[in-house]
Design a protein around this ligand. Sequence first.
Ligand code: PEP
Ligand code: MN
Length: 337
Amino acid sequence: MVIILEKNATEGQIEDVIRHLESYGFQVHKSTGVERTIIGAIGVQPNFDTRKISILDGVSEVYRITTPYKLASRSFHEENTVIKIKDVEIGGNKVVLIAGPCSIENEDQIFRMAKVVKDAGGRILRGGAFKPRTSPYSFQGLGEEGLKLIRAAADENDMLVISEVMQIDHIELMEPFVDIYQVGARNMQNFSLIKELGKTTKPVMLKRGIAATIEEWLMSAEYILSSGNRDVFLCERGIRTFEQYTRNTFDLSAIPVVHKKSHLPIIGDPSHATGLRDQVPPMARAAVAAGADGLMIEIHDDPENALSDGPQALLPSSFTKLVDELRLIARAIGREL
Ligand code: PEP
Ligand code: MN
């Protein structure tokens, strides 16, 4: 249930509404917007008489929410969520650029790639230290050593770090090294992991599961939000379809759908979505045109010898050229990059 307070509702009236809701057994989440306060009341009570709340002083409207997610829903939080990390904003007018190699391979490589990202105007460096590989025989990542390297490379270039967390006991280990935890497609419904991430204070980027509907994806975001962490953004990375000519099918339409259904920022990952270098720039351009709040792009300067995802990595020169094009597209729709 969502309770919209009157514009001039007093603190005392708001407190009274909260007290009533709690006494009826609801879990209460308050969202204070520029215009007015909205209260989300969570609890399954199909027969609850909403008039018990609508008659209270200061209450403007009461709605039952039929979507299974509440905190992630735009009806609970009208304004876009903007996540602020140092001087970087995710979900604001600026389209945020996240780039870097698929995996952190060695010191030279991550420092070289950090400089490429920085010079192109990127603010967030990506690189996996713990890799979810389809084959147990493939490179599994450098672990903590890799995290130290990516942190140092990002610091030298005044950038933030995002890296994938695959299991609960790595959350603490990663904490000093990352600014954003990445939840990979394969872990979108690892409920114990995402609930634990909900208890942390760092933003979480939640990738869409390989075969997840948008509703299931938003339900996973709801797990993180309801565990206490409100800094969640989504990443469309392609879904599995019958198509064979791409690694996945980039669901561009997820971008406007998420913007309509949710207040959470959504970025696009054309690298994993297509799996092939030549398809990355067109899909990156399309994602910005579709309104993505950011992009995550994999790059490598020796993709043939990359330890993971070489075929989808852009060479530094193509990446830089692409970013110039993206800037024009962002400007055409009233945004910056
Ligand atoms: C990655 O970002 O390198 C990755 C493994 O992505 P995904 O979880 O989308 O497959
Ligand atoms: Mn990858």
